[in-house]
Design a protein around this ligand. Structure first.
Ligand code: HEC
Length: 163
């Protein structure tokens, strides 16, 4: 009996450690997924808006600074929008929530949300895993400014849409 009390905690520890390792293996994306996620992000243009200054330096922004949002406002009849810090955003939702949201959400201009609707599930999952693995960084982008109010920081003014 004395022996058993010593063995049981060891078994319990092994079980907990084993299940932790198991769930780690389940959630940690493999190198191919991460490479594909990175490739998809770079060709679908997310950085153009969600990475500050990206298009001004020919895309020469280190990967660890990608998708941290931007202070550049996009102002038009819809108000002024700011490209979200996706490094923070992806930490707040699950992969399943991301897939659902990306296939259904409608956002304000100039976010091409309709292109997210067209990405297939595998692409969305690889993008999510890549961005999630990059980790949280930076601060949240400025809040949306409603139409008729002047934004504080820099903004791009869009003309009225064609009639
Ligand atoms: C032309 C600029 C532009 C491009 C390109 C772009 N976005 Fe956005 N994105 C925005 C803006 C601006 C917003 C904020 C929209 C709003 O306030 O409704 C936004 C919002 C989002 C949101 C919503 C986050 C939230 O806070 O609810 C997600 C998710 C997102 N973008 C993902 C992406 C992904 C993934 C890509 C690449 C496939 C991408 N975006 C490409 C400008 C862009």
């Amino acid at each position: 009996m004395k022996k058993r009390t010593r063995v049981l905690p060891i078994i319990a520890f092994a079980l907990v450690a084993g299940s932790a390792l198991h769930s780690f293996a389940d959630t940690k994306p493999n190198a191919a997924t991460l490479a594909r996620g990175k490739y998809l992000v770079s060709i679908t243009g997310c950085n153009d808006c969600h990475t500050a200054g990206y298009t001004m330096v020919g895309g020469q922004v280190p990967v660890n600074q990608w998708l941290a949002g931007s202070d550049m406002g996009w102002r038009g009849p819809w108000g002024t929008t700011y490209a979200t810090n996706l490094r923070l955003y992806m930490q707040t939702i699950s992969e399943e929530q991301w897939v659902t949201l990306a296939h259904s959400a409608q956002m304000r201009p100039p976010m091409p949300w309709f292109a997210l609707h067209d990405l297939n599930e595998r692409d969305l999952r690889d993008i999510f895993r890549f961005v999630r693995a990059l980790g949280a960084t930076g601060k949240p982008a400025p809040d949306f400014v409603p139409p008729g109010q002047t934004p504080q920081g820099p903004f791009v003014q869009f003309p009225m849409p064609p009639k």
